[in-house]
Design a protein around this ligand. Structure first.
Ligand SMILES: *[C@@H]1O[C@H](CO)[C@@H](O)[C@H](O)[C@H]1NC(C)=O
Ligand SMILES: *[C@@H]1O[C@H](CO)[C@@H](O)[C@H](O)[C@H]1NC(C)=O
Ligand SMILES: *[C@@H]1O[C@H](CO)[C@@H](O)[C@H](O)[C@H]1NC(C)=O
Ligand SMILES: *[C@@H]1O[C@H](CO)[C@@H](O)[C@H](O)[C@H]1NC(C)=O
Ligand SMILES: *[C@@H]1O[C@H](CO)[C@@H](O)[C@H](O)[C@H]1NC(C)=O
Ligand SMILES: *[C@@H]1O[C@H](CO)[C@@H](O)[C@H](O)[C@H]1NC(C)=O
Ligand SMILES: *[C@@H]1O[C@H](CO)[C@@H](O)[C@H](O)[C@H]1NC(C)=O
Ligand SMILES: *[C@@H]1O[C@H](CO)[C@@H](O)[C@H](O)[C@H]1NC(C)=O
Ligand SMILES: *[C@@H]1O[C@H](CO)[C@@H](O)[C@H](O)[C@H]1NC(C)=O
Ligand SMILES: *[C@@H]1O[C@H](CO)[C@@H](O)[C@H](O)[C@H]1NC(C)=O
Ligand SMILES: *[C@@H]1O[C@H](CO)[C@@H](O)[C@H](O)[C@H]1NC(C)=O
Ligand SMILES: *[C@@H]1O[C@H](CO)[C@@H](O)[C@H](O)[C@H]1NC(C)=O
Length: 675
């Protein structure tokens, strides 16, 4: 490895980084209008004359003659409030609406459901004459692709339009829904589509806080034999928008989910106010006696707690500070943060590890004792606490957090590392090797050697099936949530090709597989590929738009394009691209400080060029992979202020060339093979 310090002595000419034109707009799935109409007829049952005329924006005329039904397709997952425009109608008859995210659940009996046993009941209109009929707002359907109209009596009825008012991202004007602050493009079309489907999934999970909680019967009970009663009108946070777990279900704030969703939001829409509203809603529920943060936000069972989701809320604050550069927010929440950390530290026993006694986590099974996942997350959170305390000049916790973290790390490696397997055990009395704990141990740097990282990454890959990576700690489940951390593990092991393979395999299936929405990412499924999720007793419950499943969006930007924010808002940064088997990548996003952008193109002969830009007020470092050939690398200031830095590089696969102290601006790395 070569180290070349680049010393900068005067600032470059002004560079307009403010206005980021929406690049690669053709991949964006968000609509340009909130008024949406079906794009095709999926199926007709019985006699519906002119069903096709309701496709598109113009008024049509579809006449239901007797008992009949039609299913429309919106072409992608959407969410919102449905209106029907009724034309001719006889007296005293009904028309019902059912919804489905997956084509698997299209039904004339009910909609895909949120309860543990049943379908959601249809919505019924009893039109008294021509006009527009809109469902009450609490019956907004947060996620669906298919909408069916059901006529259950023998008279005729005319529908002239079916309209859905798109309600996600309520705080954005209609013409801003597609105005992303970030973009991604590579030479792999599937990978590009995965990035944008993740960005859109997170938009669908950003809702009005007064229409939260699609599971009210979890609290009030349900006695309906046929189908579950549903509505969504719990106020779950302050503010005008909030980030929830899923578009249709649960429509609740869950801190674990945010650990994957929030970085994806930062690189695509940078919608941090919704993130902050979610965090605030969790801190508002902090237990004044114990310091515990809730398992989930308002609307879920009161006084339910989880050791890991408690920590995820603290990680949420660290992430929010890193991305938003909001020291005032951090300063205001810091004493609550420390109280919560004191609680977690109090759960550590003589072994140096936390003994988990609450089983609640991401719905994995067997969460307890000296669990490797929970302890890795605690280790990571302690490191975040040290970063935050330094930002606040609070040295009072330095010694405690440092010592607790060091002991925890050595204890975990002594008690839970399984040298024969090349994996951590789930806990001391188990030889199950969990996907969550092994991925998290790497992500948290709980591993104490690069060899462990390499072995975990390779061993995780050996377990993949045709539809993705297993999570044996959750029975037969494939967890797109935990697989987001597995992606980070492969990048940490320096194997971007492996991470990209997992994206294509698993997220490719989630995007293009049968019964998927082909636009948003499912919450979980089975190792066999079936749309069954081990923690749930019924399959209709599975959400098809879950923010926790959007891991590739941030990893493609942070790890493949290699744009890493190190200091708050990107005041300090690292550019560390890992293209794996890709030939080219172009990505960028804005923070409050300005635009971060990187374009990297390889030639077949080993030559490559990289052009990157960071805000002028910032400073960073570069870590550039060697090519397969030896040659000359030139670091060039495209602002023209500095002389070129020239480095001779040998052909050392896996090696990297590092440059420190690079000031913000527009730069080029030009590498040419020597022969
Ligand atoms: C149609 O469904 C509505 C709503 O459930 C119900 O009240 C009505 O009796 C049904 N009509 C017939 C003919 O079954
Ligand atoms: C979004 O972008 C479009 C096209 O560039 C522009 O016309 C519109 O004003 C933007 N909307 C907002 C709210 O910035
Ligand atoms: C929510 O909607 C249900 C069904 O319409 C209604 O009974 C309930 O009063 C509403 N709750 C609130 C808080 O508005
Ligand atoms: C809104 O903010 C107030 C004041 O901080 C707080 O008491 C309340 O719990 C918050 N509401 C929600 C739903 O988080
Ligand atoms: C706080 O936590 C304790 C211990 O789990 C519990 O007994 C209590 O009900 C919780 N709630 C409040 C509001 O203190
Ligand atoms: C230890 O891990 C195994 C495998 O996940 C699990 O079955 C068991 O319940 C765990 N022990 C405790 C005490 O949680
Ligand atoms: C964890 O705590 C529980 C409850 O106090 C106890 O029964 C169990 O033995 C402890 N586990 C370990 C590994 O110390
Ligand atoms: C921490 O100390 C530094 C150096 O004295 C100062 O510049 C900075 O404003 C302080 N930060 C806070 C949050 O007080
Ligand atoms: C290590 O893991 C293997 C299974 O991969 C298991 O058979 C063995 O018992 C484990 N060893 C220890 C010490 O836990
Ligand atoms: C990981 O932890 C070790 C100490 O255990 C430390 O030397 C190293 O710098 C850490 N790596 C990162 C990336 O923080
Ligand atoms: C990276 O992973 C691929 C499989 O995805 C494997 O073939 C290759 O050997 C790995 N590279 C290294 C350096 O381990
Ligand atoms: C490598 O390929 C590029 C593009 O085809 C070409 O411009 C360059 O001259 C080639 N370099 C060498 C050393 O062959």
């Amino acid at each position: 490895m070569k180290l070349a310090a680049v010393l900068i002595n005067f600032s470059v000419a002004s560079f307009a980084a403010q206005a980021l034109a929406v690049q690669y707009e053709q991949y964006i799935l968000a609509p340009s209008s909130r008024t949406l109409h079906p794009i095709s007829v999926y199926n007709v049952d019985g006699s519906v004359v002119g069903a096709e005329s309701l496709v598109g924006d113009d008024l049509g005329s579809a006449t239901f003659q007797g008992i009949s039904a039609v299913t429309f397709d919106y072409g992608k997952e959407i969410g919102g409030v449905v209106s029907l425009t009724i034309g001719e109608v006889d007296d005293d008859q009904y028309i019902g609406i059912t919804f489905a995210e997956s084509s698997l659940w299209i039904s004339g009996i009910g909609s895909d459901g949120g309860s543990f046993s049943q379908f959601d009941s249809p919505l019924w209109f009893r039109p008294s004459g021509p006009g527009v009929y809109t469902v009450p707002r609490e019956y907004e359907r947060g996620g669906f692709r298919y909408l069916s109209l059901i006529k259950n009596s023998t008279e005729t009825l005319e529908v002239t339009q079916v309209t859905t008012h798109f309600t996600p991202m309520p705080h954005y004007s209609e013409d801003a829904l597609r105005n992303y602050t970030g973009f991604f493009h590579s030479d792999d079309e599937l990978v590009n589509r995965i990035w944008y489907a993740g960005a859109y999934t997170n938009q669908l999970c950003t809702i009005s806080p007064v229409y939260g909680n699609s599971l009210p019967w979890l609290l009030i009970g349900n006695s309906d034999e046929i189908s579950a009663y549903w509505f969504s009108n719990t106020t779950i946070s302050n503010g005008t928008s909030v980030l929830v777990d899923g578009a249709r279900r649960d429509r609740l704030v869950w801190a674990g989910d945010m650990a994957i969703a929030v970085p994806g939001i930062v690189v695509s829409t940078n919608d941090l106010i919704s993130v902050r509203n979610s965090l605030d809603s969790l801190f508002a529920l902090q237990n004044g006696t114990t310091g515990q943060l809730p398992y989930a936000g308002v609307g879920f069972f009161p006084d339910s707690y989880s050791e890991t989701y408690h920590l995820y809320t603290l990680i949420g604050v660290a992430n929010y500070y890193l991305y938003a550069n909001d020291i005032e927010y951090l300063s205001n929440i810091w004493s609550q943060w420390k109280t919560a950390m004191d609680y977690s530290i109090s759960q550590i026993d003589d072994s140096g590890l936390m003994n988990v006694t609450l089983s609640a986590d991401w719905l994995r099974f067997g969460m307890g004792a000296h669990n490797i996942e929970a302890n890795s997350i605690l280790y990571h959170t302690l490191q975040q606490g040290l970063i935050l305390s330094r930002a606040l000049n609070d040295s009072g916790v330095t010694e405690l957090y440092t010592e607790v973290a060091e002991t925890l790390k050595s204890s975990a490696n002594a008690l839970l590392w399984n040298e024969t397997a090349g994996f951590y055990n789930d806990n001391e009395t188990s030889s199950l090797h969990p996907q969550d704990g092994n991925s998290w141990a790497v992500v948290a740097n709980l591993t104490d050697s690069p060899e462990k990282v390499a072995r975990i990454s390779a061993n995780l890959q050996r377990r993949w099936g045709p539809y993705g990576a297993p999570a044996p700690e959750a029975g037969t489940a494939v967890s797109p949530f935990i697989s987001g951390f597995e992606l980070q593990t492969h990048f940490a092991a320096g194997n971007a090709t492996r991470a990209l393979e997992l994206m294509r395999l698993q997220w490719g299936y989630m995007l293009d597989g049968p019964y998927m929405t082909n636009s948003s990412f499912i919450e979980g499924y089975e190792f066999s590929g079936a749309l069954h999720y081990a923690p749930y007793p019924n399959d209709v419950r599975i959400s098809h738009a879950h923010g926790w499943s959007t891991g590739p969006t941030s990893t493609l930007t942070f790890n493949v394009a290699g744009i890493v924010l190190e200091g708050p808002g990107g005041a300090t940064w690292q550019i560390k691209p890992q293209l794996g088997d890709l030939q080219s990548v172009h990505a960028g996003f804005s923070t409050g400080l300005g635009l971060f952008e990187n374009r990297y193109e390889k030639q077949d002969n080993g030559t490559f060029k990289m052009v990157f830009e960071t805000p002028k007020s910032t400073k960073g470092r570069l870590s550039i992979e060697h090519s397969e050939c030896a040659g000359t690398m030139v670091l060039r200031d495209l602002g023209g202020a500095c002389d070129d830095t020239v480095v001779d590089v040998d052909s050392n696969p896996g090696g990297r060339v590092e440059f420190a102290n690079v000031v913000g601006g527009r730069w080029e790395i030009d590498f040419k093979c020597s022969s």
